[in-house]
Design a protein around this ligand. Structure first.
Ligand SMILES: NC(=O)c1ccc[n+]([C@@H]2O[C@H](COP(=O)([O-])OP(=O)(O)OC[C@H]3O[C@@H](n4cnc5c(N)ncnc54)[C@H](OP(=O)(O)O)[C@@H]3O)[C@@H](O)[C@H]2O)c1
Length: 243
């Protein structure tokens, strides 16, 4: 049975929880990772915790390799890696701090890259290929400039990793779920998002989960090195050029 490791899973309404549920339905054994101290600070009052199998602060440089090891101890060789964890504590040009920049890059960029590395090392030893899906976002992220910088880095990491790992049969793709109702949208924001979206509603976690499911399926085997947006046309309607 294929085994997927999914990060960022502890919140019931988060995208990663929907991905984990979807992949279980697809027949994956799913190992989930979270870091609930972040939720307590950032999402208090808007959600419940679904919990996760493993808890690691992925801003710790040693955590990614330890997480991979712990996931394999639990479920056997991980064949698919889905990275949805993120730090987004806001801050624009005039109020971002050095500490906040470092934290966004440590968790979102270094945490992603070291997990990709640990996964690729294991898949290379197994000589069996694998699948990686990284969660990105769309520009401009006004007022969340360090988060935006980290998501830009994830996009380029996707291209570099896809071209290096393709020879090993490992695909690497990024998903931009667009504005997605994971609990952060007030009714007004959700209404506005729906109005700006050609398909007439805001994104839901299940939309992103369906795309991840496809990318990990046999039918998704030849998709590599892509940033794929699933936003009902929100970005293109706002004038962003598809990349
Ligand atoms: N929602 C949107 O509108 C939207 C739009 C564009 C892109 N995205 C991207 O889609 C992905 C999922 O979005 P979401 O809204 O569902 O995310 P989210 O719930 O805000 O964040 C994901 C989770 O990452 C985990 N996390 C935070 N710091 C961590 C750390 N130091 N170590 C390990 N895990 C940590 C948190 O805890 P737990 O793991 O304990 O839950 C958090 O709940 C993210 O990568 C986000 O950037 C979302």
């Amino acid at each position: 049975m294929p085994v997927a490791l999914v990060t960022g899973v502890s919140r019931t309404r988060g995208i990663a929880a929907a991905v984990a549920e979807r992949l279980r339905g697809d027949g994956f054994t799913v190992v989930t990772a979270g870091w609930t101290p972040y939720d307590t600070e950032q999402h208090a009052g808007i959600d419940e915790q679904v919990g996760s199998d493993l808890q690691y602060d992925l801003g710790d440089p040693g955590a990614p390799a330890e997480l991979l090891r712990a996931a394999e101890d639990r479920a056997g060789p991980v064949t698919a890696l889905v990275l949805a964890h993120t730090v987004d504590t806001g801050g624009g040009v005039f109020d971002i701090t050095a500490a906040s920049i470092d934290r966004h890059l440590a968790v979102n960029v270094r945490g992603f890259l070291l997990l990709v590395q640990a996964f690729a090392q294991r898949r290379r030893e197994a000589e069996e290929g694998g699948r990686i899906v990284l969660f990105s976002s769309g520009p401009p992220q006004t007022g969340s400039i360090a988060y935006g910088a980290s998501k830009g880095a994830i996009e380029w990491m996707t291209y570099a990793a896809a071209t290096e790992l393709g020879r090993l049969g490992i695909t690497v793709n990024a998903v931009n779920p667009g504005p997605n109702q994971t609990g952060w949208m007030s009714p007004e924001i959700e209404r506005e998002a729906a109005e700006r979206t050609p398909l007439g509603r805001a994104g839901q976690p299940r939309d992103a989960a369906a795309l991840v499911s496809f990318l990990l399926s046999d039918d998704g085997a030849f998709i590599n090195g892509q940033l794929i947006t699933s936003d009902g046309g929100h970005g293109i309607a706002a004038g962003s050029w598809p990349r």
